[in-house]
Design a protein around this ligand. Structure first.
Ligand code: M6R
Length: 617
């Protein structure tokens, strides 16, 4: 949540920061601001609303400084006001601070600072931390030789802080320096030529440099135009490792689509190809994962899988559960990361953990990973962002390799998680009882999925028409069975998050145990009705809805014969292997929710109240 950008170099900082903030806006977008050092003073411009609005305000001011920082906010402490927008200044005007995360003991610190004469103009925890830095600077401004008093004040302040932070600070007395630090909130240093950039997300850096240093928890960085140095809260020096980001700035552009979500839906065939590339055995009978760091013998010892995730990624875990239990016959448990962390579940010693997170920064999932590791379990991560906190802290894992996902509503990341879950099911099944021939059929199905998705995408115009007819409804049900029940949950989440329509997902047969009370001509039901053993049962559920005048949108597979007139709308997807059916069945619900949101005039890529990665508990 929230986006951080910093610049120290020779170019006009405001221009670079605004460009970076635009790229980060999907992280949080209720207000924005920047601070630039000029003539030994910190100049701040802030506004409620989007980065576009901030750019207009900045254009009114002549800002030429080459050191500065900027922020897009997703409110945690305090409402959406200019006063609460970042950057915050200390009451003496000497320090400016931007912050992602939550300072949990901010009220105690604030009470202390009030007794020392510090004043506050916002309701934020960030302003409290900014003044705490100013307090330490004023109190102990004689650092040892070679030390920066600015850096030391930040370090001292952070030692008193409980909670999470990714921060960047400026000090008017050190006009060519920036100090940044992190704890459970991502920060990346971009290493350019004669310049350094700082960002909470790589997308803000790639137009300037692809050489980066991922800061670790408990590290601080002091940046000047000529160099940077990293140290810990305990003042130990850290040798930096410079990594190279493997995607380009073009990956984060819209390429002629109207929204990132639309682009990301349509690039799924390619994304899925990338996610499976090089991951099959030579005889094409099983999957291969280089990053699991587990031998086949170790994997054979595993007698239970535990998956933790949030939101859409949690739905992907439910599908993985179905496929692993079905094909590998190993019990799987799936939990919300936020619940797992606190419920102290009894765990079998031979359990293998998986955490699934597109961003790799979701704090609940990171906390679940840490809790599992603390108990001595090995944790694998299925994750899209190389260098993310979850990727770095896991014992091994599988990268999704689908490029940056910018739309807040997850699409290509979800289908690639489904694909990887299906591949994990295959891999462990082939270590146990799945035959060579069944493995070959399974691999063939997986390799065919990009084409199946291409075919499903051809339904776009038809689905758009349905969306136009149904966009005015206020309630929807999504109903599916077996591996399509999680896709029903995903359909309901997609629709509600981008079009603000109330929607719920249920196992189709559960509908009669309660949700059927909602059914009337005002509540359409989206049914997954694929060909197969439970087709007739799903048809019966549809009939129960029709008997109560509920409109029915059926997503069915080629060759399934729905009774004529039962469904008001029919979307047909290719018939396919059950390992890939959830992927193919996802396409219509993505398109339906996208077109409904567009029809309702919603801001598809930046839905209200949401942010792309949730780094607060
Ligand atoms: O980055 P993560 O996969 O950990 O994110 C988890 C959820 O916050 C995320 O999937 C969220 O539910 C999306 N907005 C869904 O579209």
């Amino acid at each position: 949540m929230c986006g951080i950008v910093g610049y120290v170099g020779t170019r006009k900082a405001a221009t670079i920061i605004l460009e970076g903030l635009k790229r980060l806006e999907y992280r949080g977008y209720d207000s924005a601001g920047l601070a630039i050092i000029e003539g030994g003073k910190i100049k701040v411009v802030k506004t409620v609303g989007r980065v576009e609005q901030l750019a207009k305000e900045v254009a009114k001011v002549h800002l030429t400084g080459t050191v500065g920082l900027g922020h897009t906010r997703w409110a945690t402490h305090g409402g959406v006001t200019v006063a609460n927008a970042h950057p915050h200044l200390s009451s003496d005007g000497k320090f400016a601070l931007i912050h992602n995360g939550v300072i949990e003991n901010y009220s105690q610190i604030k009470a202390f600072l009030l007794t020392k004469g510090y004043t506050f103009t916002s309701e934020t925890d960030t302003e409290v931390l900014c003044n705490l830095i100013a307090y330490h600077y004023a109190k102990e401004r004689k650092p040892a030789a070679g030390e920066s008093a600015f850096l030391e004040s930040v370090r001292k302040a952070l030692r008193h802080v409980e909670g999470t932070y990714g921060i960047a600070a400026l000090c008017a007395d050190f006009p060519d320096q920036m100090v940044a630090a992190r704890k459970a909130s991502p920060l990346i240093l971009g290493v350019g030529e004669n310049e350094y950039l700082l960002a909470s997300d790589a997308s803000a850096l790639v137009s300037s440099t692809r050489n980066v240093v991922y800061l670790k928890d408990g590290e601080l960085v002091l940046i000047t135009p000529k160099e940077f140095s990293i140290s810990t809260l305990d003042q130990a020096d850290v040798s930096p490792v410079v990594d190279r980001i493997d995607w380009k700035v073009e990956d984060a552009n819209m390429d002629g689509f109207s929204h990132f979500m639309e682009k990301e839906i349509f690039e799924q065939p390619l994304a899925l190809e990338n996610a499976m590339r090089g991951r099959f055995s030579e005889d094409s009978s099983t999957a291969l994962f280089g990053g699991l760091n587990l031998t086949p013998a170790e994997l054979r010892q595993v007698d239970r899988f535990m998956f933790c995730a949030c939101g859409t990624a949690w739905h992907a875990c439910l599908v993985a559960e179905h496929l692993i239990e079905r094909f590998a016959r190993i019990p799987v448990e799936v939990d919300y990361s936020s619940e797992f962390r606190y419920r102290n579940a009894p765990l079998d010693p031979q359990t293998l953990f998986f955490v699934v997170s597109q961003s790799g920064e979701t704090i609940d999932t990171l906390a679940a990973l840490r809790e599992a590791k603390r108990k001595g379990y090995r944790v694998m991560a299925i994750n899209n962002v190389v260098g993310s906190s979850i990727a770095r802290e896991a014992d091994g894992g599988i990268f999704q390799h689908v490029g940056p996902e910018i739309g807040v509503a997850s699409t290509k990341a979800f289908t690639s998680q489904l694909l990887i879950g299906a591949m994990v099911a295959l891999y462990v099944a082939r270590l146990r009882d799945m035959s060579f021939n069944d493995g070959v059929d399974y691999v063939k199905a997986l390799k065919g999925v990009p084409d199946l998705v291409r075919q499903a995408l051809k339904q776009a115009a038809h689905i758009k028409g349905i969306a136009q007819r149904y966009a005015h409804y206020q309630d929807f049900l999504f109903l599916g069975r077996l591996s399509l029940f999680p896709i029903a949950l995903e359909g309901a989440l997609k629709l509600k998050e981008i079009s603000y329509i109330h929607s719920e997902g249920y196992p189709a047969a559960e509908m009669k145990h309660g949700p059927i009370a909602l059914i009337s001509e005002k509540c359409p039901s989206v049914f997954f009705a694929p060909k197969g053993e439970i087709f007739n049962k799903v048809v019966s559920s549809m009939q129960e809805i029709k008997a109560r005048k509920g409109p029915v949108i059926a997503i069915t597979t080629e060759g399934a014969e729905l009774p004529p007139g039962l469904a008001d709308e029919v979307i047909t997807i290719p018939d396919c292997h059950e390992a890939v059916l959830p992927i193919v069945a996802t396409i219509p619900i993505q398109l339906l929710s996208y077109y409904i949101a567009v029809e309702r005039g919603c801001d598809v890529d930046k839905p209200r109240n949401l942010a792309k990665s949730v780094t607060v508990e």
